[in-house]
Design a protein around this ligand. Structure first.
Ligand SMILES: [Zn+2]
Length: 115
């Protein structure tokens, strides 16, 4: 193979690694240009140069997970607020649970659109 850093020839150390225990931990390929000094396993750019490591795109799962958690949290916020609102209006006792659920759902749906 050619050196990915300088494009010159590289030493193939793989047979040497098998034959000579001293080479056991050596890189499979090393650049023939000592000034370059590239070894396989190293990035192509020179050591010290800032290689912009591609930031892995945030996978969908955690995003959905946090969105889901946000929605769950929002639902219970709505629930608490509806109950709180009813309590301050002295309506909690006479207000059917199904109506409370409907209020919560209405509030939740409206708010989840802008979450
Ligand atoms: Zn090189």
């Amino acid at each position: 193979m050619t050196c990915p850093r300088c494009g010159k020839e590289t030493w193939d150390n793989r047979t040497k690694k098998m034959d000579d225990p001293q080479w056991k931990n050596a890189a499979d390929f090393t650049c023939k240009d000592k000034a370059c000094g590239w070894k396989s396993g190293q990035p192509a750019s020179p050591v010290g140069a800032t290689t912009p490591i591609a930031v892995p795109a945030v996978s969908q799962a955690p995003q959905n997970g946090s969105r889901d958690a946000q929605l769950v949290a929002l639902y219970w916020t709505c629930f608490d607020e509806v109950l709180q609102g009813l309590k301050t209006r002295s309506m909690a006792s006479g207000f059917p649970g199904s109506e409370i659920a409907a209020c919560v759902a209405t509030m939740f749906i409206a708010r989840s659109k802008i979450l």
